[in-house]
Structure formats: C-alpha cells, structure tokens
Design a protein around this ligand. Sequence first.
Ligand SMILES: NC(=O)C1=CN([C@@H]2O[C@H](COP(=O)(O)OP(=O)(O)OC[C@H]3O[C@@H](n4cnc5c(N)ncnc54)[C@H](O)[C@@H]3O)[C@@H](O)[C@H]2O)C=CC1
Ligand SMILES: O=P(O)(O)OC[C@H]1O[C@](O)(CO)[C@@H](O)[C@@H]1O
Length: 393
Amino acid sequence: MGKKAVHFGAGNIGRGFVACFLHNSGYDVVFADVNATLIDQINSSPSYRVIEVGTEGTTENTITNYRAINSSTHEEELIEEIRTAEVVTCSVGPNILRFIAPVIAKGIDRRSNDESPLHVIACENAIGATDTLAAFIKDPRNTSPERLEDHHQRARYANSAIDRIVPAQDPNAGLDVTLEKFFEWVVEKTPFEDIGIPSIEGINWVDHLQPFIERKLFTVNTGHATAAYHGYNRRKRTVYDALQDKQIMEEVRGALMETKTLIVSKHEIDEEAQAAYVNKIIKRIGNPHLEDAVERVGRAPLRKLSRKERFIGPAAELAENGESIKYLLDAIEMTFRFQDVEDDEESKELAKIMAAHGPEDVVQKVCGVQSNEKIYSQLVEVVKRVQIDSAEE
Ligand SMILES: NC(=O)C1=CN([C@@H]2O[C@H](COP(=O)(O)OP(=O)(O)OC[C@H]3O[C@@H](n4cnc5c(N)ncnc54)[C@H](O)[C@@H]3O)[C@@H](O)[C@H]2O)C=CC1
Ligand SMILES: O=P(O)(O)OC[C@H]1O[C@](O)(CO)[C@@H](O)[C@@H]1O
C-alpha cells in the first residue's frame, strides 16, 4: 500500500496547497469535509488542476489519487482511514478544530502502538493551531484519560505556519484552484524527531516555529487584513484596488513598520531582511492576477480582533514596550467597522456585540485585553469612536 494522508477541509488551501504538496510527494489523499456537494464533485472527478498565476506567467499542476469522505455522515469509514494513514492535516479554520477532533481521536485510539505514530499537522492561520487541535483530541470527552499515557505512541503533533494566497474561486471552475506562485509551509520537526519526519516535499522543517509563525502572521496577515479593512471601508472591491489608493498603501506600510519593530527586536531578525520581507509581502498581496475580494480577506473579524491574532497580538506587545502603534490602531478601528457583511457570521455577531456592550466590555470580550494593559485605554477610545459613528448612522 502507498503512503496515505487524510486532509480535513477540501476548500481553497486544502485542495490548492496542502493536497497538492501531498500528491506531489506521492501520497494518496483522503479529503474529509462536511460539504456534500463538494464531496460528490471530488469523488466524481479523477483529477483537478492547481493553477499558479503571477507576473512570471501561469503554471499548472494536475492532482490525482484522491477521494473524499463526508465526516458528518461516514464517521466509521473515516476512522478507518485515520487508523491506517501516515499523516493527518487540516485547513478548516481555527474555530472548526474542536469539531474535527472527535473523529481524529477515534482514529488514533484504534491505531496499533507497534506502528509508527500518526503525524498530525494543522495548517491554519493561527499560532499553535496543532496544539489547539491536540488539546481537543486529548480532551476526556474525546480520549479516555487512561489512554493518554501511551497516546504519544499512536500520534504526534507538530505546529505549522502556512502561507499562500488562495482567493475565493470562480464558481464555474469546478475543483480547479487558482492561486499565487509563492508558498511557505514551515513545520516544527522536534515532535517527529525520534519517529522520522514525513517526506512531504516543500516543507521547511524547523526546531522553533515561533519566529516563523509570528513573522508570517504579523506581516503577511497583518498587512493583508489592513489593506482589506481599509479597502472595505472605502468601498474598494479587491485588495489590489485598495492598494492603488495611496492613503491605504500608507496605512499598510505604517502597520508593517510597526510590526517590524516587534519582529526584529523579539526574534532577532535582521532589520534589513525584515524590510525586504515587508516589500515582498506588499507586492504579493497586491498581485493583480488574483481577484481577491476585500470581504474574503477581512472575513471573521472577531477571530482577527482576538488576543493572539494579527492586530492585537503585536499591538499589545508594542504598547507594553512603549512603541508607537498608530497604524495598527487605525487598522483595528477599520476592523471594528467591518460589521454586518453579507455571508460573514462573525461580522454580524460583531455588530450585535458593539450595539449591546459598552466600549470597556467590548475590549475585554472581543480583544481579550484587560484594564491593566497599556493598550487598553487606546482600544477603548477606538471602540467608542466606532460606536458613536454607528449611533449617528
Ligand atoms: N485561503 C488562503 O489564502 C489561506 C488560508 N489559510 C487558512 O486555511 C484555513 C482554511 O482556509 P480556506 O481554505 O481559505 O477556507 P475554505 O472555506 O475554502 O475551506 C474550508 C473547508 O473546510 C470545510 N469544513 C468546514 N467545517 C468542517 C468540518 N467540521 N469538517 C471538515 N471540513 C470542514 C469547508 O466545507 C471547506 O471546504 C483557515 O484557517 C485559513 O486561515 C492559511 C493560509 C492561506
Ligand atoms: O482566514 P484568514 O486568516 O483570513 O486566512 C486566509 C489568509 O491567509 C493568507 O493566505 C496568507 O497566507 C491571506 O492571504 C489570506 O487572507
């Protein structure tokens, strides 16, 4: 039997990035998803294309050797796939990890201790996403406590940082995925060191992930989201359109100069190297070949305003260090203004929270920031401003 990987979430990153790399490395990929239409489409198509677009031209990859299982209706089948897989990956969104954990726990529990442990790698835009998933898997509701002692003989968990812009796809494109050429997939190697790392071509295996994930989240995602939220509030359609506006470009550069200060000092990254990285990221997010709507990049504002995320994470640390956070606060304000956006549940929830709570409560509830933190009063002022404007509308 060949190598097998089970991947949860057959969406943009799943089909376009993770499964593509697994396939190119010789794995059969079993997609697990809850979208019945997508599952039928995958099971009735022997191949799909991953199309890389950029100024250097277009290249295509054909993906084969996959199948899909509906995790809501075919649990037993999925448990068996996990029992016999080498790798489990996921790209379902950080808030969904709790829902995929029970079936992964059952699959792990059924594995033999005599075989190599399952390699679990969550591929989400979040710090410590695999740790979060592991905690759900090991929760007593999913794995009985007496099975935890030798759990490491059945599964190992490594955090990762994943970077590739995959915009929303043309609804007529079928399973094909159009994305940027650039990619970065960095994974911790220490959890797998005694059992061997899976041979997935393209992964950069590192001892310490924190500098990589923070540099990525606080540069790529901070910059991208800053462009999206300013763009949304100025009625721009795509991130590309937003970046054509000089004032928005200044906001993006300003926010990334602020996060640069943190990244350089905290992770001892060379200042010039970080400046070059910032320029590269601004070029990437302004890729004219990607039709990337500001609503997609701004999706899930509650997650993006949370404590460890792309805005509050760096801004809170910079404020504690007495550094300037003007541009990050501008971006945070634009995020608070991303309310009631069609098809975005979190933006609707944000509108409700903003209408029902005072600014101090909002800051604590949404941003997880407490009154003894230096950034607190500045955030309260931001929220107040947005609330006053909403009341006047
Ligand atoms: N699109 C991008 O450019 C990038 C996305 N990411 C991260 O990857 C993750 C996924 O993003 P996208 O692929 O863009 O989203 P997407 O919405 O295209 O894909 C998510 C998939 O997960 C499936 N799903 C939802 N609940 C599920 C469940 N309980 N079990 C199994 N499958 C379930 C959905 O049906 C969908 O097919 C997010 O964490 C995102 O932050 C990371 C880097 C880049
Ligand atoms: O759900 P999130 O955090 O917006 O993740 C998707 C984001 O990740 C990125 O691809 C960066 O890797 C952004 O382009 C994209 O907006």
